[in-house]
Design a protein around this ligand. Structure first.
Ligand SMILES: *[C@@H]1O[C@H](CO)[C@@H](O)[C@H](O)[C@H]1NC(C)=O
Ligand SMILES: *[C@@H]1O[C@H](CO)[C@@H](O)[C@H](O)[C@H]1NC(C)=O
Ligand SMILES: *[C@@H]1O[C@H](CO)[C@@H](O)[C@H](O)[C@H]1NC(C)=O
Ligand SMILES: *[C@@H]1O[C@H](CO)[C@@H](O)[C@H](O)[C@H]1NC(C)=O
Ligand SMILES: *[C@@H]1O[C@H](CO)[C@@H](O)[C@H](O)[C@H]1NC(C)=O
Ligand SMILES: *[C@@H]1O[C@H](CO)[C@@H](O)[C@H](O)[C@H]1NC(C)=O
Length: 921
């Protein structure tokens, strides 16, 4: 330890002190006798400024204390040939700050490479650089050099690569550059070079790449540029060039945006099939795009926007297989959007805005899975926005259809574009209501539906888009109140609801309070705390009068035969009151009228005394079980999302088959049993809050889960991809825990009878919640015999085909199916029938790799996760045993899944199905 310390100290002494004290004074004065290169470098180094003296760069640059003639060959960044002559200096990104005027170029007559890129060098490039007569590679990029490129550079005839970009170089490009006939790469972009490109550039016959973008160059390009026949890449954007584009060139990459080029596209361009990238936007080019351009199979990126092009989009799109970006906006392009455009399958961005395009948007565009940006605004597009498929694979992030003549309604499928951040359909003639599915767009930041003919109320779901920053619904015919969910739009910065028929209070959030008067102008009767609005009258916080008129009608019809039995467990009421208080506490600071608070409390009071009120609230909040509130449909009934006036959200399962009062009476005899279900509290079992039996509508009130069912999630590719292995294993564990609890910890044990991926609901953390526990047998349609089995096809145990004996082993079987479904990504279907004759197929199974059957939308699991997947698969197979007796109990399954230690898996990629059958515990 001590000796190590001594050694370090020695290194420190040798390393540090010479640099700071000895060299500057001693070595520099004895230069007559030393190695020229060594002395030059040390001298240059002595002029460096240190931004951070505690860690100076180039520690290795120090003289050999024994031999002042030793060359600097072992120093950082220095390379010598076998004669000890320095041939390469590479000080890229070492953090030196200083000037090149202190560098003695004459000491390096044989230098081939000088790379000083990305430092803090400043001052001018000395003309003495011409002393590096053998130099082939020069990079001074990314420093702070000023002044002109020295004319003397023209004598460095061996230069092959010159990189001077990202400095502050000014002046003109010296004509002597034409002497550099071996030059292949010349990068001068990001400087302040002015003047025109010298004709001598045409002599650089080896030039492959030339970058001049972002300078102050101007004038016409010299005709001599057409002689640069080796050139593959030319980047000259953001200058002031005018005149024609080089007429003879056929390049792989050509970018010249933001200049003043005029005239037509060079004829050579048409047959230039090697074209990969073309950017000509923001010039004054003209010509017919359908005639002057050809077929470019390698084209990846094309931007012709802001020019004077005309013609139609009649390219052979199917042959543009590598095109990712197509931008032809702000030109005079006309005609229709060709259906074939969708055949350019890699397209990620399409911008055809501000043209004269007519016709409908081809449906095929909506099926392009690669498409992220579709901008078609300011054209003359007409017809409906018709979407055939569900857009389930959509990767759209931006959709702009504004300022066209689109009619019809806003398609609800847009709600599936879960990556959408910007949606603009303003300035069209879109009619109908705002689809509530828009509320699914959890990534949406900007929504502009202004200036259309939209009618109806604003769906509360719009208030669920928590990332929303701007919302413009102005100039429509929306009526009713602003949904209370808008209180949650905390990211909102700009809102405009003007020119509608809205009434009632505005949400008490910053965006609304601070919105200008115009944001609410010309509505029916908005009120609240914002400029230009009147303060709301005391009772207007009541949120339940939205559809009062319809309700009166409905109630007047049903009241005569009203025989309601509504039971809502005490927990709900307590929970509601607590929730209500919490909400108030949360917003108390910014809610000034206390009357609103009182009202919410009275509301709860009414509830707890009058079950009719609950019934009415649920009927009202689902608009009399309108299909637009339906979130799921099953054999036993439909599930609706009910948002009560308190802001709470419940899943309401409407029983399907209880039209006749007799059935309802029957159900009443099960009240005790349902009460038992209400008592169950388990994190993996959906809470049943209450039920309501009524001659007209009978329903059960459950906890609501935003993510919906496991089955639906697995069917959605996008969502399934985000549902990783760890989450999947957690779902399997959750379901097994729920079943184990019901089978073994409840007295009497309770059998589910209908486990399927449809009634396993997931919360935002992918925690599984089994729903419909114990109720399956109550809800079987048209069934007078309560013991008959209500199961879901594909999940029921085989013995049920010949016996009605329902026991917990049926649930075990269904659990096996669900487990396979989670791992395979879809219902195992035929896979199971294969298994049932598994002794016969074991040899086949030996050849099927597990990795090939698991959900291919995920990468195969690794390490411990892989072990758990294998273990879950194996358990699933046991659960699917055709003999109920050989199936494990849920208790065993749940224990085994929770055991941390799984049998090790050598490599997941080589596990076969046969291996799973034989695996011992
Ligand atoms: C010093 O270095 C030079 C160049 O490498 C070499 O020729 C000479 O022999 C060295 N002298 C001593 C004393 O090592
Ligand atoms: C280089 O080019 C310039 C200008 O084109 C010319 O005058 C000069 O003779 C050339 N030769 C050298 C070695 O600079
Ligand atoms: C192009 O190069 C050829 C020789 O390669 C030369 O004769 C001709 O003058 C050059 N053209 C221009 C415009 O410089
Ligand atoms: C393009 O190629 C076609 C066929 O190879 C040829 O007929 C045509 O003249 C070429 N056009 C130009 C402008 O070179
Ligand atoms: C398209 O891109 C791929 C991947 O970069 C490349 O391998 C392929 O050769 C390209 N196709 C054409 C026609 O250039
Ligand atoms: C909302 O849209 C209207 C009409 O399109 C427009 O005039 C207004 O400026 C927009 N409001 C905001 C806040 O952007």
């Amino acid at each position: 330890m001590v000796s190590f310390f001594k050694e370090s100290l020695l290194i420190l002494l040798v390393g540090f002190f010479p640099i700071f004290f000895i060299i500057p004074s001693a070595a520099l004065n004895s230069n007559e006798t030393g190695n020229g290169a060594t002395i030059s470098l040390l001298k240059w180094k002595s002029t460096f400024q240190y931004t951070n003296p505690s860690s100076p760069p180039l520690l290795s640059w120090k003289p050999d204390s024994k031999n002042s003639s030793a060359p600097p060959c072992k120093w950082q960044g220095i390379k010598c040939n076998q004669h000890g002559t320095v041939v390469d200096i590479n000080l890229r990104s070492v953090g030196i700050k200083g000037k090149l005027s202190n560098f003695d170029f004459s000491s390096f007559p044989h230098l081939l490479g000088l790379d000083l890129k990305n430092n803090s060098l400043y001052g001018t490039i000395p003309s003495s650089i011409s002393n590096l007569s053998e130099l082939s590679f020069l990079s001074l990029s990314k420093n702070q050099f000023h002044g002109p490129i020295p004319n003397s550079i023209g004598s460095l005839r061996n230069l092959s690569v010159v990189l001077l970009y990202a400095n502050y170089l000014s002046g003109t490009i010296p004509p002597s550059i034409g002497n550099l006939t071996r030059l292949t790469y010349l990068r001068l972009h990001y400087n302040e070079i002015s003047g025109s490109v010298p004709a001598e550039i045409g002599k650089l016959s080896s030039l492959v790449l030339l970058t001049l973008f972002q300078n102050n160059l101007g004038g016409q390009l010299p005709l001599e540029m057409n002689n640069l026949t080796q050139m593959k890449r030319l980047f000259i954007g953001e200058n002031n060039f005018k005149g024609h584009l080089p007429q003879q060139l056929c390049l792989e990459k050509f970018t010249a945006p933001s200049n003043r080029f005029s005239g037509t596209i060079p004829k050579t361009m048409k047959n230039c099939t090697k074209l990969m990238r073309l950017r000509l936007e923001k010039n004054r080019l003209t010509g017919n795009i359908s005639e002057d351009f050809g077929v470019y199979p390698k084209l990846e990126y094309v931007d012709l926007s802001h020019n004077d092009f005309y013609g139609e989009l009649s390219w052979e799109w199917a042959r543009f297989q590598n095109l990712t970006k197509l931008s032809i906006s702000n030109t005079r392009v006309s005609g229709r959007i060709p259906i074939e455009l969708a055949q350019a399958r890699q397209l990620q961005e399409i911008d055809l805005s501000s043209n004269h395009i007519v016709g409908v948007i081809p449906k095929e565009l909506w099926d392009m899975a690669s498409l992220r940006v579709l901008v078609l605004d300011s054209n003359k597009l007409s017809g409906n926005i018709s979407i055939d498929n569900g857009m389930l694979y959509s990767n759209l992030e931006k959709l702009d259809l504004a300022a066209n003549d689109l009619t019809g309604s806003i398609p609800s499928q847009l709600g599936n574009c879960l990556r959408l951040r910007d949606l603009n359909t303003s300035h069209n003639k879109l009619a109908g209501g705002l689809p509530l599915e828009i509320g699914n767009l959890q990534s949406l930041e900007n929504l502009d539906l202004s200036r259309n003919l939209l009618v109806g109320e604003i769906p509360p779901q719009i208030g669920e888009m928590l990332r929303l920053e701007t919302l413009n619904l102005s100039h429509n015919e929306l009526h009713g109140r602003i949904p209370s969910t808008f209180d949650g739009l905390l990211s909102l910065t700009y809102v405009d609801l003007s020119y509608n028929q809205l009434e009632g209070p505005i949400p008490n959030t910053k965006a609304f309070r601070e919105a200008p008067e115009e944001a609410f102008a010309n509505n029916k009767d908005l009120c609240g705390n914002a400029t230009g609005l009147k303060i709301c009258p005391p009772e207007s916080r009541k949120k339940i009068d939205g559809k009062k008129h319809n309700m009166v009608l409905i109630l007047s019809i049903i009241t005569p035969c009203l025989s309601v039995l509504c039971v809502l467990v005490a927990t709900l009421i307590v929970f509601s009151i607590r929730r209500g208080r919490k909400r108030q506490a949360g917003t108390e600071g910014n809610r000034e009228n206390e009357s609103g608070k009182e009202e919410e409390e009275t509301l709860f009071a009414i509830w707890s005394y009058d079950n009719k009120m609950l019934y009415e609230n649920i009927i009202e909040s689902t608009d009399n079980f309108d299909s637009k509130f339906c979130v799921g449909e099953g054999a036993t009934g439909s599930v609706y999302k009910a948002e009560l006036p308190t802001g709470q959200v419940f899943a309401v399962k409407k029983l399907r088959s209880l039209q006749d009062s007799e059935a309802a009476t029957d159900l009443r005899s099960f009240t005790a049993e349902i009460r038992a279900l209400e008592e169950i509290k388990h994190r993996n079992i959906v809470k049943l809050y209450g039920y309501c039996f009524h001659t007209r509508h009978s329903f059960l009130v459950y906890e609501f889960f935003e993510r919906g069912s496991l089955g639906a999630l697995l069917r959605n590719d996008q969502q399934a991809r985000e549902f990783g292995w760890i989450e999947r294993l957690n779902v399997i564990k959750g379901v097994s825990n729920a079943l184990s609890y019901m089978h073994h910890d409840c007295s009497p044990p309770m059998v589910h009878r209908d486990i399927s991926s449809k009634n396993i609901l997931l919360d935002s953390e992918y925690e599984a919640h089994v729903s419909d526990f114990g109720t399956a047998r109550l809800l079987k349609p048209n069934s007078s015999n309560w013991t008959s089995f209500a199961g879901t096809f594909g999940y029921t145990a085989p013995e049920l085909a010949y016996t009605m004996e329902v026991n917990e082993k049926c649930d075990v079987y269904s659990f096996g199916v669900v487990t396979l479904e989670v791992i395979l990504g879809s219902h195992p279907g035929g896979f199971i029938s294969c298994l049932s004759s598994r002794s016969a197929t074991t040899s086949t199974a030996d050849h099927i790799l597990l990795k090939d059957v698991v959900d291919q939308r995920l990468f195969p699991p690794t390490s411990q996760v892989a072990e758990q997947v294998v273990s879950a698969m194996k358990l699933a197979f046991e659960c699917l045993s055709s003999s109920p007796q050989s199936r494990p109990s849920m208790n065993q399954v749940s224990k085994q899944l929770s055991t941390q230690k799984q049998p090790p898996v050598e490599s997941f990629l080589s596990v076969t199905l046969g291996h799973l059958f034989n695996l011992e515990c």
